[in-house]
Structures are given as C-alpha cells and as structure tokens.
Design a binder for this molecule. Structure first.
Ligand code: CO
Ligand code: ZN
Length: 369
C-alpha cells in the first residue's frame, strides 16, 4: 500500500486550481488530469461529454467501483459586449453576486486566448446612500478588460460565449496547512482522487476513476459516465460546507476544518440530494476506524454531489460521498486544510483496496430465494 504524500498532493492541486475550467469548458483541467493519469492504470479515455475515465483492473474484476470528482468550477459566460468594450455576463453554476464586485478575472476566448479583466460597477460615490449599501445585481456588473471599443475587445478574441473565472493562485495562509484559492470545489476532490488512484497497488474490484464535467450545472458528466460504466458501488469526492467561523453557532457548522474528511450521511434540501447507502457509509466508517483515518459525519442542508445522480443509474448504485470541509465555497477564496485532503484521498484509496467484489455484488442485489 502506497502513502499519499502531502507535498505531491499540494503540487498537483496547485496545477489543478490554477487551470481555467468552468462547466462545459474544462479543457485546461482535463489536460492536467490526463497528464497525471496517463502512466497509471490499464486504460484511459475521454468520453463524449469530456469526462476523463481511468481504469485499474482488479484481481477478480467481478465488480466495478466508480470514484467521481468534478473538474468544473463555477464561472461566467460573456453574453454581450457593448460599444465601449464592456463585457456583460451570465453566471455558470451557483455564482453569488456578493463575491463578484472588485474581483480580478481571467477571460478565456473561444480560441483559447487569455485576457485579464476586472469586475466593475458604477462607483458608490455617485449612488444614493440606500443604493450604495446593496449588493449589486448581475445586470449592474460588467467585466472591464481595459479596451475602449467592441472592436478592440474582438481584436483580443473576446466574443459572446467567451468564459471567465476568478484570477487566483493557490497559496497558504498563516498556517501552512491551510490553503486558499478559487475552485477548491472540486479540484481538491480531483487531486485526492488522482493520488488515490496512483496509490492503489492491489484491488479486488475494477476501479474507475472519473474526473467529471458539468457537475455545477446539473451533475451531467457523472450521469453519462455512470451509465457507460454501470458501477456496482460508487464514491464521490467533493467539498462540503465548513461554517466553523466567527459568528456562527456550533450547531450550524456542518463540518470543521482539520477534523478529517467528512463521511456524508445525507445532503440536499430535506435530504433530496443523496442519502448515502448505509452499507457503503458504514464500510467507510469501519475502514476509517481500522486504519486510523480521522473523520466526521456530515448532514448538509442544501447542495449535493455527483453521488446523488450516480446512485440513480439504471437499477440503482449503492453510493456515498467523502467530503473535504471547505470554508467560503463558491468564492474566490475557498479555504481548506491539506491534511483533510490527504486523509480524504487515503480513505478513498483504502476503500478501493479493501472492499471485495463479493461484498459489492451482495449489496447491489440481495437474493432472498
Ligand atoms: Co460547487
Ligand atoms: Zn463540488
């Protein structure tokens, strides 16, 4: 059994986080993923939607485990360029206006040019006092790429359909285990999955590591990947809310940074997302206890992961989620603890190596007679 190394994980995470890849435009992230996985496993391909699927054959190969982590991040898509060269946009995924004003962004044109910009609005100095207090709506915001006409914007390659994401590098805060950057949702899951996949030296089941597309806009990549793989058991690796911050009472924390990955019990509004399969959830807990992986249990009100759509594939798939506690999700300054990511990766790796095909086949169908 190989170790998951913190330094290697951080280096990979830096490449993944700094790549530009909102939903449907994951190309740059996909390049990093393929580069990482090409020397591991038995096969590797890109499917019709752009999911990257890597397979390690198991010794029995009677059952298939699918591990999913999404490559896409939230972002913006240019919907109009005015005559003075200001770009109007629509959100891609769950973008909150509160996080946009004053941000630096990088615009990527349809032919791959990168152009720096800032998100602006009319200055508060010329607003009425009540107006100045409000969060500006998307329609009152624009991207300023420093040009003075539509023609000049177009000369840079910027057109309707160009996309933009926050411009942020990955770095550490006062404690060097605490990382900050954009798109930790879900590049931390992708990094954890890649390092887990590399570290698997033996498994009974076939392991399918899937870097999915378009999770933030409706779990689309995971849906088609699950259909083609037909897994017998599945895990998603994603972030979850850690609101263990100033001004929030303990009962609303959901999870805490640095207390280990969370094993999800349920998510979505009124548990409409995933209710983790009890056998898979309990196996994760059992393995975590046996190998000394710290963990916390999670019930998240609102939000879900790829696991909830994989669970509904064909006749149904026992599925669970390993989550990385993350503060300020869907902002340019998402914060997580590297040790939690290492342990999430280790737990996924242990799960893949410790379960048997027999176990997976028993939980997907229990013959009574
Ligand atoms: Co998200
Ligand atoms: Zn996510």
């Amino acid at each position: 059994m190989n170790e998951i190394r913190k330094e290697a994980l951080y280096a990979l995470l830096k490449k993944l986080v700094e790549a530009v890849g909102p939903s449907g435009f994951e190309d740059s992230v996909r390049d990093v993923v393929i580069d990482e996985l090409k020397n591991y496993g038995d096969s590797l391909w890109i499917d019709s939607l752009g999911n990257v699927i890597a397979v390690k054959k198991g010794s029995k190969g009677a059952a298939r485990l699918m591990i999913a982590a999404h490559m896409d991040e939230i972002g913006l898509i240019i919907s109009y360029i005015d005559e003075r060269g200001f770009l109007r946009f629509q959100p891609i995924g769950g973008v909150s206006e509160r996080t946009l004003l004053g941000q630096r962004v990088v615009v990527r044109t349809l032919n791959g040019n990168l152009v720096k910009g800032v998100i602006g609005s009319k200055p508060p100095h010329i607003m009425r006092p009540e107006e100045a207090k409000q969060v500006p709506e998307g329609k009152d915001l624009y991207i300023d790429v420093g040009v003075s006409s539509r023609a000049e914007a177009e000369k840079l390659g910027v057109t309707i359909g160009s996309i933009a994401v926050f411009e942020r590098d990955l770095t550490v805060l006062g404690n060097s285990d605490i990382i900050v950057g954009k798109a930790l949702d879900d590049r931390v899951g992708v990094a954890a999955m890649i390092e887990a996949f590399k570290a698997i030296d033996f498994s009974d089941v076939d392991v399918y590591a899937v870097a999915t597309v378009q999770e933030e806009v409706g779990l689309k990549g995971a849906r088609v990947a699950a259909y083609s793989i037909t897994p017998h058991v599945a895990l998603a690796l994603d972030v979850t809310v850690a609101s263990d911050v100033a001004g929030v009472s303990e009962q609303d924390w959901i999870t805490q940074l640095g207390k280990g990955p969370a094993i999800k019990v349920a998510d979505g509004r009124a548990a409409s997302g995933l209710i983790a399969h009890p056998a898979v959830r309990d196996k994760l807990i059992e393995i975590a206890k046996q190998y000394g992986v710290p963990y916390q249990l999670e019930v998240l009100h609102g939000g879900t992961t790829d696991a909830s759509i994989i669970a509904l594939n064909k006749e149904g798939v026992p599925a669970a989620t390993i989550s990385v506690p993350t503060r300020y999700i869907h902002s340019p300054t998402e914060v997580a603890n590297l040790n939690d990511i290492v342990m999430a990766s280790k737990l996924a790796m242990l799960f893949a190596t410790k379960i048997t095909s027999e176990w997976a086949l028993t939980i997907i169908r229990r013959n009574l007679k």
